[in-house]
Design a protein around this ligand. Sequence first.
Ligand code: FPP
Length: 254
Amino acid sequence: IREKNGEEVDVKKIEETENTSIKKPEHIAIIMDGNRRWAKENKLPSKFGHKKGAEVLEKISRYCNKIGIKYLTVYAFSTENWKRAKDEVMSIMILLNAYLDRFIKNADVDNMKINIIGDLDSETVPKKLRDKMHEMEEITKNNTGMIFNIAFNYGGRSEIVRATKKIAEKVKNGEISINNIDEKLFASELYTCNQPDPDLVIRTSNELRTSNFLPWQITYSEFLFLKKYWPDFNENDIDDAIVEYSRRHRRKGK
Ligand code: FPP
């Protein structure tokens, strides 16, 4: 039991997934922001912020899997992130590569299923990394634990444009008619097809925006904006987020 805003919160209940009054989100999405500011405040180069960020991601994904979260989606690298300094981009790619290696090694124990969302096959993505991501999806495809979506080279608007083109192609080929197009069909052409929308979106580092992250999927999500930087995020923050989510009454416009 920990104290939060003067109230006692039974955190242990979250780990005991059955028999709990706490309503866990089925799908959590996270915008992991603030790595560079964390590094700056600690008088370290940016890449150390990303390194700590990658370590935190590893810990948090395992924790979410352990407490029974069914889907976790994280914003690892946006289509806009390529515009950053070359050495910073390079250090993120190296970290991601090392992260994936560790992930592959632990795939059987962790039992998580990896799904990369984003324009993975773009020429801008280093070939080695592309191959590794495909390999990881293949290795983990029969795992039965949490579905772990890593948004890489991801842009929400371009995801919508991509889905629109796919649907237009199907209409052109006579596979479907315009009248068949509805929200369900549209969602089935997104990277997140067959997955429920995020129930809860968490963004760290005190920025109050969604930055082109899952614009279609988060229209009814609950939002939690935290002041702390991503490298300072920990398991207790997930517990607190779940307790906060549990308190909110979701009406979905009804
Ligand atoms: C945001 O902080 C973070 C990113 C753009 C990249 C996220 C990357 C990681 C968590 C580490 C590497 C990735 C993986 C998947 C292992 P920022 O750089 O925008 O920080 P700032 O807002 O302080 O500038």
